[in-house]
Ligand binder design. Structure first.
Ligand SMILES: Nc1nc2c(ncn2[C@@H]2O[C@H](COP(=O)(O)OP(=O)(O)OP(=O)(O)O)[C@@H](O)[C@H]2O)c(=O)[nH]1
Ligand SMILES: [Mg+2]
Length: 267
């Protein structure tokens, strides 16, 4: 029985890889989105930028959790790099196995808060949840030895209500996180670049050959790295390509509907 329908305050979605132009809903009403990535082969700055953009677009606060710090000899470098992604992002390095850094996460555990965990398979989402709950609620399993990939142990979303009033949502490991309908989230993640663009002499500056270009000046002075700017552009391009594809699909859907109507009236 549906008792009431509450207003949705956040909503994370990504493009469905198997159906072009269709969005797949991941989770709703999360206050914090724990973006879980392990400090081994899984670590990817590009992927992190994607997750952060999706979280910001959806209205959840992105928190990057770098897991398996016990397997990494240079944790500080990765923390600094993750922090450099966006001023909107919080970063914590933890080891669930050795109980390192878990106390830093207490700050998010306030009654009434909802936290979702997303990331690739095998990064330790369910292990972290078990550590937070101090109980084996979720099944976990070893990553594959040959390529370090996870085994997709969690196959459904699970909402866990803790006695302290916190709700945690575990999700199945994701293979890919594409960009679609997420331009605001990308802009939010790379707000420093937007700020630079606003300082260009011409409002329609393409940051190419125009004089008074603040983006080019920042790249030349080392304030902005080419890699960061390229990543911003590439994510934006992918997003608009997917949008275009969506439009194309709806164009065909409309034509199909029209054709069906005509056929019906012929009967
Ligand atoms: N060394 C080390 N291993 C860890 C840590 N956290 C998790 N693991 C191991 O990583 C493997 C995968 O952990 P899971 O918790 O099943 O990963 P998951 O992200 O839930 O994976 P899916 O359910 O497939 O999405 C397990 O063998 C864990 O014991 C950690 O902090 N350090
Ligand atoms: Mg799991």
């Amino acid at each position: 029985m549906i008792v009431s329908v509450c207003e949705r305050k956040s909503f994370l979605q990504r493009p469905d890889q198997s159906k072009k132009g269709v969005m797949q809903y991941m989770v709703a009403n999360a206050d914090y989105c724990f973006i879980v990535t392990s400090l081994n082969e899984d670590y990817s700055f590009n992927r992190m930028a994607r997750y952060v953009s999706v979280a910001l677009q959806g209205g959840a606060t992105p928190v990057v959790i770098l897991t398996k710090s016990d397997l990494c000899s240079n944790v500080g470098r990765f923390v600094r790099e993750a922090e450099s992604l966006s001023e909107k992002v919080h970063v914590h390095a933890i080891s669930a196995i050795l109980d390192i850094g878990l106390d830093e996460l207490d700050a998010y555990m306030t009654p009434g808060t909802t936290i979702c965990l997303i990331g690739s398979s095998g990064v330790g989402k369910s292990t972290l949840i078990n550590s937070i709950c101090k109980e084996e609620i979720m099944k976990t399993s070893e990553i594959r030895e040959d390529d370090g990939e996870g085994r997709h142990t969690t196959t459904y979303r699970k909402l866990i209500e803790l006695p302290n009033g916190v709700t945690i949502i575990d999700t199945p490991g994701m293979r890919e996180i594409g960009m679609a309908n997420v331009q605001e989230g990308i802009d939010d993640t790379f707000s420093d670049i937007l700020e630079l663009e606003s300082r260009c002499k011409f409002s329609n500056c393409r940051h190419d050959t125009e004089p008074g270009c603040a983006v080019k000046a920042a790249i030349e002075s080392g304030e902005l790295s080419v890699e960061r700017y390229t990543l911003y552009k590439n994510l934006g391009r992918e997003n608009s390509n997917n949008h275009a594809r969506k439009k194309e699909v709806s164009k065909w859907a409309k034509a199909y509907k029209k054709m069906n109507k005509r056929n019906m009236s012929d009967l």
